[in-house]
Design a protein around this ligand. Structure first.
Ligand code: CA
Ligand code: CA
Ligand code: CA
Ligand code: CA
Length: 290
């Protein structure tokens, strides 16, 4: 007969072993019993003879629906004891959750799609509904394909409102819910790129030129950089936004006294600005690169 064990219950006690037909004076040390079979390492037997899941283990119906264990041991008289145990894992309804694929809308983009609300629910065949509520919920709707979007008549305007706040709730068929309040920022494009320094000494490998400073109306925005243009192959941008010569490159004033390259800075919302920069080479008295 199978014993039922609910999923998600860490360290659950399944039952007590009891040795049958012991002779007078014959004892059993359950802690010495061994377990083999399906996922035997999830289980333990206490000195009281309790068969249980280990304290950091819970069963997961969606991964394992049944288990078969073999339990064996010896009595104080050296008689062997063994049993087979069958377990069925019982399904428990798990609450849904969700991810939103993007938290930006572009300035002045009426009816903009924010991103896909991807509902996560462990339970196979469960169905879920999505609702929105909260301060700015009236400006949004959920499209038939599950995307959060601005209503068609709503135009984001960074100058008057830089973000929207709303609560997204997903509810499964059994009524289990999960809510999160999200901030949707109105993204305005970066407006300027300034390099903190525009010259480089000759004869040094991999020199740093300067910091790339980007001005963006979204004060917390961050940027990724790409290089293009005539002399891009001599340069790279570090993770900290520093423009530098590649490690195996040095400038040589007598060979080439300036470089031209274009830096493109792209913000978190995908808007970008580019600027073509000229880096001049400083003439030094020595010539051996190091
Ligand atoms: Ca589960
Ligand atoms: Ca479940
Ligand atoms: Ca569920
Ligand atoms: Ca921005």
């Amino acid at each position: 007969n199978a014993v039922d064990i609910s999923e998600n219950q860490v360290g659950t006690i399944i039952g007590n072993l009891s040795a049958l037909n012991l002779q007078a004076g014959e004892t059993v040390n359950y802690a010495d019993f061994s377990i083999s079979g399906d996922h035997a390492d999830w289980f333990e037997i206490t000195s009281n003879g309790e068969l249980k899941l280990k304290d950091d283990i819970a069963l997961d119906y969606e991964n394992t629906i049944s288990l078969e264990l073999s339990i064996t041991g010896y009595t104080s008289e050296g008689n062997s004891l063994s049993t087979l145990a069958f377990f069925r894992v019982l399904d428990i309804n798990e609450a849904p959750s969700f991810t939103l694929s993007n938290y930006w809308i572009e300035d002045q983009n009426s009816g903009a799609i924010v991103g896909l609300i991807n509902v996560i629910d462990e339970d196979e065949f469960d169905s879920n509904s999505i609702t929105i509520s909260g301060y700015d919920a009236d400006s949004f709707e959920i499209s038939s394909s599950g995307e959060l979007k601005l209503k068609d008549g709503v135009t984001p305007d960074f100058a008057s409102k830089s973000d929207y706040i709303l609560t997204i709730t997903v509810t499964d068929a059994a009524g289990a819910t999960h809510s999160e309040t999200v901030t949707i920022a109105v993204n305005a494009a970066p407006t300027e790129i300034i390099l903190s320094n525009n010259s480089v000494d000759e004869s040094h490998y991999g020199l740093e030129i300067g910091n790339i400073n980007v001005t963006d109306p979204n004060v917390l925005d961050t940027f990724s950089y790409t290089l293009s243009g005539t002399d891009q192959n001599y340069f790279e941008v570090t993770a900290d936004g520093v423009l530098k010569l590649k490690d195996d490159v040095y400038a040589d004033y007598e060979m080439k006294d300036s470089y031209s390259l274009t830096v493109t800075a792209t913000d978190l919302g995908g808007l970008s600005i580019e600027k073509t920069l000229t880096i001049t080479v400083n003439d030094l008295n020595y010539a051996t690169p190091y």
